[in-house]
Design a protein around this ligand. Structure first.
Ligand SMILES: Cc1cc2nc3c(=O)[nH]c(=O)nc-3n(C[C@H](O)[C@H](O)[C@H](O)COP(=O)(O)OP(=O)(O)OC[C@H]3O[C@@H](n4cnc5c(N)ncnc54)[C@H](O)[C@@H]3O)c2cc1C
Length: 217
């Protein structure tokens, strides 16, 4: 938990289950995707936290928050890569197996386009995410530009790949048995959680205005 310990001073604390004033609020059961993960509101109401549960020094909360967000965004970008990879596996298998009008559907140009574009987008996002992850320094902040950019690109790429997989599978794509509908639903959260697409747009535009030298690297 982050809390103000003085004016303009945000500090970090470890709040543990059972501490007075800390409770679970609404528990969300009816979610579009990510249904294997528990989602609930956390309620903090006059919670008393012992000093021993402070993380780091007074005023370090903002740095912790920024650092965590950068790590979270690259992690969610990596999750997007997995969603796209699985979508590609399913769509390529299906395009090889399914025959229509006497041919495997992979021989149809429109199906080839779904497969080829999903593959190329996945590979390019993967290079970007791996490159940023390799350079990510877990002990400092200031990597926001790339952390935001990886998630902006990879989350939308994953949703497009899952969407393409649904289309390649036709009616089966819409059914739970073939997984790709779940991949699409899970991918959608990555455009919202850990920073919405709009937050990434705002952050990236601001950082580039502040630091245009990045564009000359
Ligand atoms: C399944 C799930 C799990 C989650 N898990 C966590 C978690 O573990 N920890 C956690 O802290 N949070 C979690 N969240 C919350 C998530 O981070 C927020 O939902 C997300 O950041 C968006 O905030 P919001 O829902 O308040 O949307 P709002 O702030 O109400 O935004 C609504 C829309 O308006 C846009 N918008 C808002 N402000 C602006 C602006 N200034 N300019 C342009 N557009 C704007 C947003 O981008 C969005 O499209 C979870 C959410 C979900 C659905």
């Amino acid at each position: 938990m982050y809390a103000a310990t003085a004016p303009k001073t945000i500090s970090s604390f470890l709040v543990e289950k059972g501490m007075p004033g800390f409770a679970l609020g609404q528990q969300w059961k009816d979610k579009l995707g990510m249904r294997a993960s528990f989602t609930a509101e956390l309620v903090f109401d006059e919670v008393l936290v012992p000093l021993a549960n402070q993380i780091g020094a007074d005023g370090e909360g903002t740095i912790h928050m920024m650092r965590n967000l950068e790590i979270e965004r690259v992690t969610l970008a990596a999750m997007s890569l997995g969603i796209a990879q699985r979508s590609l596996q399913v769509m390529v298998d299906y395009a090889n197996e399914r025959k229509a009008f006497g041919k495997a559907i992979r021989e149809f140009g429109q199906i080839q386009r779904y497969v080829a574009e999903s593959f190329a987008e996945w590979r390019s996002a993967r290079s970007f995410v791996y490159d940023v992850a390799r350079r990510l320094d877990l002990h400092s902040v200031g990597q926001r530009l790339d952390a935001d950019a990886t998630k902006l690109v990879a989350s939308q790429m994953a949703k497009r790949a899952a969407d393409a997989a649904i289309q390649v599978l036709g009616g089966y794509g819409y059914m739970g048995e073939y997984v790709v509908e779940r991949l699409w639903r899970d991918a959608k959260l990555l455009e919202i959680g850990g920073g919405t697409l709009e937050a990434h747009h705002k952050n990236l535009s601001r950082e580039l205005a502040r630091n245009p030298s990045v564009l000359r690297d």
